[in-house]
Design a protein around this ligand. Structure first.
Ligand SMILES: [Zn+2]
Length: 251
C-alpha cells in the first residue's frame, strides 16, 4: 500500500514535468518553432525564465499566474495541462500497476493531451503526434506478438470507414488528422477497444458540443480530436472490461 502510494506520487511528479514539456509543444508546434533550442520566456516582456520559474505547477502557483518581472498574466492553461498529465499518469498506474501497459498508456496519454489542446485551438492534429502513437502501437505489438492481428485489424477497423466518409463528404464530415488518430490508436488498443473508443468519443463529443452551442450560442466548428482522445484513453484502461461486461449480458 505504502509502496503504491510512493510510486503514485513519483509518477505524478514525473507527469507534471512531462506536462510542462507538453505546454512547450502545445505552444510551439503550431507555430513551427523549435521545441528544444528556444529558451522559455515571458510572452509579454521577453523575460527569460530561470530554472525556479520552470518548476511545473508550483512556479505558477507561487507566482499566482503572473510574470515575475512584468506581472503580465500567464495562462491558466499551463498549470492545468501539467496537473492533468500528472493525474492521467496516476490513473493509468492505478489501473495497470507496474507494467509495459503503464509505460505505453502514460506516453499515449501525454500525446493525446497535447494533440487535444492543439486540435481544440487550431483544428489541426500535427502529424508528429500520430507518428508517435504509431510507434507506441508497434511496441505494443512486439510485446504481445500472439495477438498481432488484433492490433493490425485495429489500424483499419475504424479508419477505413472514416476514410470512406471523408471521400464521400469531400472532407467536411471528418478531418484527416482524426482518421489517422483512429488508425494509430487501433495499433495500441486492438480493434475491439478501438471501435468502442470511437463510439464513446462520438457520443461525448456530440453531448459536449450541443451543450457548448446552447451555452455560448456560437462556435459551430467541432474539433473531434479531444473527444476521440477521451474515448481512446478510457477504452485503453477499461475497454476490455466494458466489452466483456456487455457480452456477458447476452450469454
Ligand atoms: Zn513578463
Amino acid at each position: 500500500m505504502l509502496y503504491t502510494i510512493l510510486l503514485a506520487v513519483i509518477l505524478f511528479l514525473y507527469g507534471i514535468i512531462i506536462g510542462s514539456f507538453l505546454n512547450v509543444c502545445i505552444y510551439r508546434i503550431p507555430r513551427k518553432e523549435n521545441i528544444v533550442t528556444t529558451r522559455s520566456h515571458c510572452m509579454s516582456c521577453g523575460y527569460q525564465l530561470k530554472w525556479y520559474d520552470l518548476i511545473p505547477l508550483f512556479s505558477w502557483l507561487a507566482l499566482r499566474g503572473r510574470c515575475r518581472k512584468c506581472k503580465a498574466g500567464i495562462s491558466v492553461q499551463y498549470p492545468i495541462v501539467e496537473a492533468a498529465n500528472g493525474v492521467l499518469y496516476v490513473i493509468v498506474f492505478l489501473c495497470c500497476g507496474v507494467s509495459v501497459e503503464t509505460l505505453l498508456y502514460c506516453l499515449m496519454a501525454s500525446a493525446l493531451l497535447a494533440l487535444s489542446v492543439i486540435d481544440f485551438r487550431t483544428f489541426e492534429i500535427p502529424l508528429g503526434f500520430n507518428v508517435f502513437i504509431a510507434v507506441l502501437g508497434l511496441v505494443r505489438i512486439l510485446t504481445d506478438l500472439p495477438d498481432w492481428k488484433e492490433y493490425a485489424i485495429g489500424f483499419f477497423a475504424v479508419s477505413v470507414p472514416l476514410y470512406i466518409i471523408y471521400i464521400v463528404t469531400k472532407g467536411r464530415g471528418i478531418g484527416g488528422g482524426d482518421i489517422k488518430l483512429m488508425a494509430v490508436s487501433g495499433l495500441v488498443l486492438g480493434w475491439e477497444c478501438n471501435v468502442l473508443a470511437f463510439l464513446m468519443g462520438c457520443i461525448i463529443g456530440s453531448v459536449i458540443h450541443v451543450l457548448r452551442m446552447r451555452l455560448t450560442k456560437a462556435e459551430h466548428v467541432l474539433a473531434m480530436g479531444p473527444y476521440l482522445s477521451i474515448g481512446i484513453y478510457i477504452c485503453a484502461l477499461w475497454g476490455t472490461r466494458m466489452i466483456s461486461w456487455y457480452v456477458s449480458l447476452y450469454s
